[in-house]
Design a protein around this ligand. Structure first.
Ligand code: 5CA
Length: 444
């Protein structure tokens, strides 16, 4: 992409309405534009990042055998009346009437709709388990939308649903998602910690929130800080291994404030290991048994001829919120340097030629490098404007491609000036740059 042709509306200064750094940066580099309170358009740079996050999430869902579907954003109120949630959900639900005066709604979540899809086709235990997911816009009429896309009204969510025959099998499904969440957030270069959580309007009695630490986060957490030393190891998709993996995490006291119990915290966690802080909830998983299948009549035939209601769980990831969460984790607001993880970076490399009005040679060199990177599937952005060099660097530091190539008139074609964004330069061959970045991309 050439900066001169791009739609990346950069602001000179931080917009005053933005209170946290992710919101500041997203407005500053034109990733989003607000269209109404808590409702945003996604501009090219923001959209690119969100789509890459979506793809990482999708790949990790597919790896545990979940199947992708796409349910609509607009739902009929009928199924919500069947489950009993139509009244309970309250003012957060955006209710709409169609021209026939039928009550419709913009889906805040999809437990009812997916149960309706399931019950229409699956009749026997032989077809279980089923893991279905979709990645779709949701609407919640939040009372106080804030922090840009972090707590907004329309947001992009991955929601998955599991259907099993017994509690034990349902735990197996729950643990598959538990693992896939750890792996997903690791690929996004985030440390997201599973914490025992409340179930709120989704229901059930087993739930974990996946939280990344951030001072500006809205979730208060109480943990044994040793949980941060655990790493998401690849684990066999097998009942016992997955149960052991979850136990490894649950060994450490780690809860959100609704689950906090002072006595228990002080008994279980030594003073030196206690950590009370704030974080951002990027994912949330629930097990709620037959909460929806029973009132909605989603049952299957059992081996002995009897019938039972299926046991369900649901599993959410805030795909659009993750864009902000990654910025909170990776943006150094003091030096105004953003470094996107390569897995979701809007561009892999920024090419920054120092252009002199009467001399095109640096731009020509930059162009050749751009084409060579392109040929090797490395996505780069090149600043072909005649702005001065230091404002070009500033701009690219905000856009946050993880690598930069700087080209002056004197640049030796063989040895290029290369650096990580915000880091020290080194002289290196283009071939080696390509190898290095390609390796990084494969790893992720
Ligand atoms: N049905 C369940 C699981 S699929 C569910 O809806 N869970 S949730 O309410 O916890 O939402 C899932 C994820 O969506 C949250 O972890 C959060 O990352 C994201 N999310 C929820 N509300 C908002 C919001 N108002 N703005 C941005 N992201 C949100």
């Amino acid at each position: 992409m050439y900066i001169s042709k791009s739609f990346i509306p950069i602001l000179k200064n931080n917009p005053s309405e933005a209170k946290i750094k992710s919101h500041q940066l997203m407005l500053r580099v034109g990733m989003i534009k607000q269209s109404a309170a808590g409702i945003y358009s996604w501009l090219p740079l923001g959209f690119k990042v969100m789509k890459k996050i979506e793809q990482v999430v999708r790949e990790e869902q597919n790896k545990i055998g979940a199947q992708e579907i796409l349910m609509p954003t607009i739902q009929s109120s009928e199924i919500w009346k069947e489950s009993g949630r139509y009244e309970d959900y309250g003012e957060e639900m955006l209710r709409i009437k169609d021209r026939q005066d039928r009550e419709m709604l913009y889906g805040p979540t999809n437990e009812e709709l997916v149960t309706d899809i399931f019950r229409a086709s699956i009749k026997s235990y032989k077809s279980l388990p089923q893991l279905l997911y979709h990645i779709q816009w949701k609407f919640r009429d939040e009372i106080r939308p804030r922090f840009g896309i972090m707590r907004c009204r329309e947001f992009f969510m991955k929601d998955a649903y599991s259907f099993d025959i017994s509690d034990e099998d349902a735990q197996f499904s729950y643990n598959k998602f538990f693992l896939s969440y750890l792996k997903t957030f690791k690929r996004l270069d985030l440390t997201a910690i599973p914490m025992a959580a409340d179930t709120g309007p989704i229901g059930g009695n087993l739930s974990h929130e996946f939280i990344i630490l951030a001072e500006t986060g809205e979730s208060k957490i109480f943990t044994d800080k040793r949980i941060f030393d655990l790493t998401a190891e690849d684990t066999k998709l097998e009942k016992n291994s997955l149960q052991d993996m979850r136990k490894k995490y649950e060994k450490y006291y780690s809860v959100t404030d609704e689950k906090f119990n002072k006595e228990e915290f002080e008994k279980k966690v030594l003073n030196e290991n206690r950590l009370i802080t704030k974080g951002i909830e990027v994912g949330h998983i629930f097990y709620f048994g037959d909460k929806y299948s029973k009132p909605m009549g989603a049952s299957v035939d059992l081996p002995g001829g009897k019938k039972d209601f299926v046991k369900m769980g649901s599993y959410g990831i805030g795909v659009s919120r993750l864009v902000g969460a990654i910025i909170e984790a990776k943006y150094d607001e003091k030096s105004e340097v953003m470094k996107w993880p390569i897995s979701v970076a809007p561009y892999d490399v920024a090419i920054i030629p120092m252009i002199n009005k009467n001399d095109n040679s640096a731009l020509e060199k930059a162009n050749n490098i751009y084409l060579e990177l392109n040929k090797n599937n490395i996505d780069s952005i090149i600043d072909d404007t005649d702005e001065n060099f230091s404002s070009k660097i500033k701009k690219m530091n905000l856009i946050g491609a993880p690598y930069q190539i700087i080209i002056g008139k004197q640049t030796d074609d063989a040895m290029l000036e290369f650096r990580e964004v915000g880091g020290e330069s080194q002289k290196i061959k283009l071939k080696d740059i390509i190898n290095k970045i390609t390796k990084q991309k494969v790893k992720n």
